[in-house]
Design a protein around this ligand. Structure first.
Ligand code: P6P
Length: 316
């Protein structure tokens, strides 16, 4: 049963709580380090430059100064744990190998600041991460992750993380601690909300147009901000909904990247009882990581709605 902790009991801080639910020390150190880095990123969002870095990321997208700062903050924090041997970032072309004395056991993939272009509109944005045992990403599948999560920088700064032991939401309190605010998170099979991404594809895809009109004529409520993290958190927070980002001629395989956007959310949504598939019905967690930045279409959320939406798409 979904349980929310409203008064942020201090003893439910992220580190002792994850220890008490049995997360191993080395994995817990990484999760805590990411949460700690998130506080510095939140500060940068609220106080840093909103300008461009005059550079591009490996996907050819303009980088904001905040993208570069967030990437540096996470790299430095992961480096200092001495638990991470390899990391991959949306902002860096290749994997980064870290050498520490005691050897490392994990590989971390992350999107340091997804939706950063929305900051100028003061919209919520987020960090996405996925953690694998070992030191490789390529050739693996999302189902092999040992943990995944996101940090949502909104009116409150939230950390949502899942491992094989469960899925939890922590809220940053007034003294900078992440304190448990929700556990036993469930996404119901039927959707009450829909987040239709890439609507420009309606101009060339009659199948997506039919699906959009289907949603628009049902009692479902449209909730779409253009930020993957808040848009999918909305579904996780309300316990119901579907987020969809199909491909079209400009993005034949969809826009979102498998390794550090789609797969971590697919891991989380399955822990909550939902599902994530590409527009051809392939489970996101069963798709092989072929390159660090390759893209995938995605439908994610309430499992009955995902299946119904798939019945509209790519009909011959
Ligand atoms: P569009 C943000 O740039 C992002 O990577 C995701 O956060 C979001 O879901 C998607 O792109 C939005 O794409 O085409 O609506 O701008």
């Amino acid at each position: 049963m979904d349980k929310r902790h409203e008064n942020n009991e201090a003893f439910l801080r992220v580190n002792p709580f994850l220890r008490d639910v049995g997360i191993p020390d080395d994995l817990r150190d990484i999760i805590f380090s990411i949460a700690h880095a998130g506080k510095y990123v939140a500060h940068s969002i609220r106080n840093g430059s909103l300008g461009y870095a005059h550079s591009e990321n490996p996907s050819g997208e303009d980088q904001l100064a905040l993208d570069v700062v967030a990437d540096k903050i996470f790299c430095e924090h992961l480096n200092s744990t001495c638990r991470v041997g390899t990391f991959a970032s949306e902002e860096q072309e290749a994997e980064v190998k870290i050498t520490c004395s005691d050897g490392q056991h994990y590989a971390v993939a992350f999107d340091p600041l997804d939706g950063s272009s929305l900051v100028s509109a003061n919209f919520a944005i987020g960090t996405i991460f996925g953690i694998y045992a070992g030191d490789q990403f390529l050739g693996k599948k999302g189902r092999e992750m040992v943990a995944a999560g996101y940090i949502l920088y909104g009116p409150r700064t939230l950390l949502v993380v899942a491992t094989e032991k469960g899925m939890w939401e922590f809220t940053e309190n007034g003294i900078g601690e992440f304190v448990l605010s929700r556990e036993n998170i469930v996404v119901e099979p039927d959707a009450k909300y829909f987040a239709p991404g890439n609507l420009r594809a309606l101009a060339e895809r009659s199948d997506y147009e039919k699906l959009f009109l289907h949603w628009a004529k049902t009692p479902l409520t449209l909730r779409y901000s253009g930020g993957m993290v808040p848009d999918i958190h909305m579904i996780i927070s309300k316990g119901s909904g579907i987020f969809c980002y199909p491909g079209h001629s400009a993005y034949p395989n969809g826009k979102l990247r498998l390794l550090y956007e789609c797969a971590p959310f697919a891991y989380l949504i399955e822990k909550a009882g939902g599902v994530a598939k590409d527009e051809f019905g392939v489970n996101i967690l069963d798709k092989e990581i072929k390159t660090l930045h390759h893209r995938s279409s995605i439908l994610i959320g309430s499992k009955n709605e995902v299946e119904q939406a798939l019945s509209f798409l790519n009909k011959k």
